[in-house]
Each structure stands twice: as structure tokens, then as C-alpha cells.
Design a protein around this ligand. Structure first.
Ligand code: FAD
Ligand code: DLZ
Length: 518
């Protein structure tokens, strides 16, 4: 009997291993199922991206002559669950084997392993996902030899392995890392860039209607949908970034603008994560711009480090430490996610704008995710499962292999320091320095106590005090704990009272989204 090749919604690469050397007459299946749209309440733009990209990809395969089965969301006999639907199709096409590239989320992999153990037919066969620079095995070999694994060491190894930005054995520009040049705050008249507007064909328009019908109740709007749904569109975005934004990417990498959601960021994460672009071609395009003299080394190195370094590192951490990783909560955070994460209805201007941009675009850039919505949740002690479900739901690029280490590890410092040697905690002064939000906010970042004090300030000290036992001995936290210790008892008590008053005001009955999917 035959083979069913199952392609998931984030496996839309023509070079993917499951499409190489497959048995003659195999059926390639792509399945839209409501189960994948609802395991967290995904942003409608994320669902629309996946479904539109799947439909376009299926068409490209058919045009190339492949034998394709496409299960549409509205099909009467659709099981609405990936595993059940694939097994139904295997029976329909008389396939004894279902072959697929390993999924990017543990929850699906665990279910497939379960089917491998218990189901007599069809047989599930998993292939390695070779669309990354580093395999899970290679990462395991690397991390198992290290007492304190750090991104920087891993990244240098990947630079040497790939030759990206290497000149003989030396790093281009004679330094591995140009981070110190990449911390400029936002400034007036930065000159905003408009991303390319992608045309919507009949396929995309139909998907937008469908998503509105089925998932219109989820947080997020569909109106401004402009994510690339084909490789051709993704290449347009890549070219736009290289030609117009890359040169300033480094300098303004950490800046936050009240009006511009994208600044000089690439907006390429979703295209890479679903397979429309390969990380290698994106890095090579940036490297080529450097050697053409079109972008400085601080920009190009900074950009390549995000992809060759961070993106690979988080994936390695995820597969090496799952499933235990998801249960980590080293700072013992227990608070519910404030309801305003699902509405933007808050007086804190920075949070409001990050959440509104997320609602409108299914996107916020890294520093908004880390230092605004992330930092706030860290300082408040939001429980990891609630925050992780939020990040997994609301961003167009969110898949658990990349979302979880960033949220649980980098933001919440819940993994004991695998993702960062210290928590990325900051007071309102950081947000004031890097952004232009504070001028339009009713809170004052210079004040810690009183009605108009920026809540980030008292929360910051409260967080440090609450977690002193675990963090005080960290050499990178010594200075700040010194300041805390030098404060008078009265001042500390006043800050504590201010922070606890604020935290109490957040405690309402949560509407939904508290990590119950764990
Ligand atoms: P750019 O700023 O242009 O960066 C270029 C590329 O580098 C990105 O496209 C991305 O592929 C990669 N990259 C940058 N930072 C990281 C990082 N920390 N980890 C992994 N890759 C990185 N990224 C996701 O792709 N999916 C997620 O679900 C996701 N969740 C996140 C959750 C939190 C709490 C945080 C702090 C970060 C998260 N990130 C995630 C990383 C990063 O914020 C996004 O990759 C980036 O904002 C995407 O926008 P961009 O393509 O414009 O990125
Ligand atoms: C995210 C998503 C959504 C919303 N819908 C589908 C779908 O209908 N069919 C599908 O194959 N994949 C979908 N995906 C992507 C999967 O959730 C993703 O492949 C897994 O989480 C593994 O990374």
C-alpha cells in the first residue's frame, strides 16, 4: 500500500525533506483543521497566514504535477484534528504509512509518538526537519559539555561552521559582536518605512472570509492583513528589508516608537517559520549587502546573530529540555495574566501601544515583547503558562519551539538562566530612555510613589525584593541589590505598599487565557 506525505502549515518549503525521494504515487496531504486554530486562541491574522499560505502552496505543488489532497476547513468529512484527519486520508487512499517532517511543537510530536506505539495502521514515520543550521543532536552534544551554556559561545561556533561573516578564521570587522553600537533610542523624525503592500488574490480573500467566520471572536483584527503568503511575496519583503531597512537595523534595534510598529525590523519571522524563506538565504542576503558596502557591520552582524544565533539557540534549548521545560517556574510566579493583555485597555501608554499594535498587526518587535509586555509580566509575577499561551496565541510568527524559550526563559527567567544569565527586568526609566511613549502617558517615569508614579518603578523594586534569595548572589545583579540594600526601611516599605496596591488593582476575575492548555 502507499504513502501519505503530510505537510503541516509551517512546513511550506519545496526543499523540505518529506518532498525529496518519496515513493512513487504518494499522496501529499495538507489539512486545515479547526483544532490547530483553537488549541490557543490564535490571532486571526496568524490563522489567515497559515491557511492562505497552505492553499497557495498546495496550488504550487499541483501545478508542478504532484498528487495533492487538500482538506479544507469547511469540508463535511473533515475530522478537524490533524492526526485523525491524516489517518482518515490514509485509509481513504489506502496508505499504510504516514510520513512527515517532525512537527515544531511537542504537543503534536507526543501525540504522534503515542500513535506509533499504539496504532497498528497506518504507521507514522518521522523525518528530521533539516531547515535549520544546527540539528538537535549537534546542539545536545554542544550543550551537554557546558556547565553554563551561553548564546555567545554557541553563536561563534555557528559562525565558524557556516562561514557567515568569516574572513579566513577571523570574524568580519575583527569583532564577533557589535552590540554596544546597537542601543540607540528612538528619536524624532526617524523616517518611517512602509512595508510592501501585498495584493490579495481570490485564494487569500476567501481565506480572510473563512477565518472571520470561524475565528472572528479571537483577539485581533484582520483588516490590515499584509503578511506574505507565498514565497514570491516573502522574497519581496526580504528585498525591501535588505534595500531599505538593514543599514539601520542595528542602530535602532532596541528603540521603541509610539507610532511605528516596525521601525527597521525585518518582519521576516513568519515567512521563515512557515518555510517560505530559508534562514540561510536571509542571512546570505544580509551578508552580501555588507560586502557590497550597502550596510555597516554592526547592522549585518546584529541581524545575522538573531537568526544564526538566537533562533537556532532557542530551538536547541526547546528540544533538549522538553517536555520538562514547559513546567519550569523557578521564580515561583503565580499571578493571573491581567485581562488588559486581551484588550489593551490600560493607562500605561507603553503597554497599551504594544498590545494595540499586536491586536492590529499580530506583530510587536522584539524589544516590545521583551521589555514592555514581557518585563511587566515578569515584574508582576505572572505565571508562565498564562503568559506563554498569550505569546503563542497573539503573534503571527508564534510556534512553541521559538515562543517558549523566549517567554519562559528569556522573559520570565523561569528556567534558571539557560536563556539569560540575569533577568531582563527594568524600571520605567528604561522605557523612557528607549521610547517616546512616556510624554503621552498619565504616569511619570521619574516618580516611584504616588498616584502619577509609573507602576514599572515600584514593581521593579518589589520584584527584586521578592526574589532576593534567588537573585541577590548573581554577580550581574550585585550593583542593583546594593542600591536596594542602601534604601531606608521607610522607603522600601513605601515602595512595597505602592507596588502591592497596584498589583491588587490587577486582580479581577480573568475572562480567559490563563494557560489552561498546558
Ligand atoms: P527582526 O528584529 O528583524 O530579527 C530578524 C530575525 O531574527 C527574526 O525574524 C527572527 O527569525 C530572528 N530572531 C530575533 N530575535 C529572536 C529570538 N529572540 N529568538 C528567535 N529568533 C529571533 N520569534 C518568533 O519567531 N516566534 C515567536 O513565537 C517568538 N516569540 C517571542 C516571545 C517573546 C516573549 C520574545 C521576547 C521574543 C519572541 N520572539 C519570537 C523573538 C523575536 O521577538 C521575533 O523573532 C521578532 O520580533 C520577529 O520580528 P522580525 O522578523 O521583524 O525580527
Ligand atoms: C498554526 C496552525 C493553524 C492555525 N492551523 C493549521 C492547520 O489548519 N493545519 C496545519 O497543518 N497546521 C496549522 N497550523 C500550524 C500547526 O499548528 C503547526 O504545524 C504545529 O504547531 C507544529 O509546529
Amino acid at each position: 500500500s502507499g504513502t501519505l506525505i503530510l505537510l503541516l502549515g509551517d512546513q511550506l518549503s519545496h526543499s523540505i525533506s518529506s518532498l525529496q525521494d518519496y515513493p512513487e504515487n504518494a499522496v501529499i496531504a495538507l489539512c486545515e483543521v479547526s483544532g490547530e486554530g483553537r488549541y490557543v486562541p490564535h490571532h486571526p491574522q496568524k490563522i489567515a497566514l497559515i491557511l492562505a499560505a497552505m492553499r497557495h502552496f498546495a496550488k504550487e505543488l499541483r501545478d508542478k504535477g504532484y498528487r495533492v489532497h487538500y482538506s479544507a476547513l469547511d469540508d463535511a468529512d473533515n475530522c478537524q484534528d490533524l492526526i485523525a484527519e491524516a489517518e482518515r486520508l490514509a485509509r481513504q487512499y489506502d496508505c499504510g504509512e504516514i510520513r512527515l517532517v517532525q512537527p515544531g511543537e511537542w504537543r503534536l510530536l507526543a501525540r504522534i509518538h503515542q500513535r506509533q506505539k499504539t496504532a497498528s495502521a497506518p504507521q507514522w514515520q518521522l523525518l528530521e526537519d533539516d531547515r535549520f543550521f544546527c540539528t538537535a543532536r549537534e546542539f545536545a552534544d554542544w550543550i551537554e559539555k557546558r556547565k553554563t551554556p551561553r548564546l555567545e559561545h554557541f553563536y561563534r561556533r555557528m559562525r565558524r561552521k557556516t562561514g557567515l561573516l568569516m574572513e579566513d578564521d577571523a570574524p568580519a570587522g575583527s569583532q564577533w559582536n557589535f552590540d554596544h553600537d546597537n542601543r540607540q533610542p528612538v528619536r524624532d523624525n526617524l523616517g518611517t518605512l512602509t512595508p510592501p503592500a501585498h495584493g490579495r488574490d481570490d485564494i487569500t480573500n476567501r481565506v480572510l472570509e473563512l477565518v472571520n467566520e470561524h475565528f472572528g471572536d479571537h483577539f485581533g483584527t484582520l483588516d490590515g492583513f499584509n503578511w506574505p503568503v507565498t514565497r514570491r511575496q516573502a522574497l519581496v519583503d526580504l528585498r525591501h528589508f535588505i534595500d531599505n531597512a538593514l543599514a539601520d537595523f542595528g542602530t535602532y534595534q532596541d528603540a521603541i516608537d509610539d507610532r511605528d510598529p516596525y521601525l527597521f525590523h525585518s518582519r521576516l519571522s513568519s515567512a521563515m517559520n512557515i518555510g517560505l524563506l530559508s534562514p540561510r538565504e536571509v542571512c546570505e542576503a544580509a551578508e552580501a549587502a555588507y560586502y557590497r558596502g550597502e550596510a555597516p557591520i554592526n547592522a549585518v552582524e546584529g541581524f545575522i546573530r538573531q537568526i544564526l544565533g538566537w533562533r537556532e539557540y532557542v530551538r536547541g534549548i526547546y528540544w533538549h529540555h522538553m517536555p520538562a521545560y514547559k513546567r519550569e517556574n523557578r521564580l515561583n510566579a503565580r499571578r493571573n495574566l491581567p485581562d488588559f493583555y486581551w484588550s489593551g485597555d490600560t493607562d500605561l501608554r507603553c503597554l497599551r501601544r504594544a498590545i494595540e499594535m499586536t491586536r492590529d498587526n499580530a506583530y510587536a518587535h522584539h524589544i516590545q515583547r521583551l521589555m514592555v509586555t514581557g518585563n511587566f509580566a515578569l515584574l508582576c509575577g505572572v505565571k508562565p503558562e498564562a503568559l506563554c499561551d498569550w505569546y503563542l496565541a497573539v503573534y503571527v510568527d508564534a510556534f512553541e519551539w521559538v515562543e517558549l524559550p523566549n517567554t519562559l526563559g528569556m522573559v520570565l527567567h523561569a528556567d534558571g538562566g539557560l536563556m539569560g544569565s540575569k533577568p531582563y527586568c527594568a524600571s520605567g526609566k528604561y522605557i523612557q530612555r528607549m521610547s517616546n511613549h512616556c510624554g503621552d502617558c498619565r504616569f511619570n517615569p521619574k516618580k516611584t510613589i504616588g498616584d502619577t508614579a509609573c507602576p514599572f518603578n515600584s514593581l521593579y523594586w518589589h520584584f527584586l525584593e521578592r526574589n532576593a534569595e534567588r537573585l541577590e548572589s548573581n554577580p550581574r545583579m550585585k550593583l542593583i541589590y546594593g542600591s536596594l540594600r542602601r534604601m531606608s526601611d521607610e522607603k522600601r516599605a513605601a515602595i512595597r505598599e505602592q507596588a502591592e496596591g497596584f498589583l491588587d488593582s490587577l486582580e479581577t476575575e480573568p475572562a480567559y487565557g490563563q494557560g489552561e492548555h498546558l
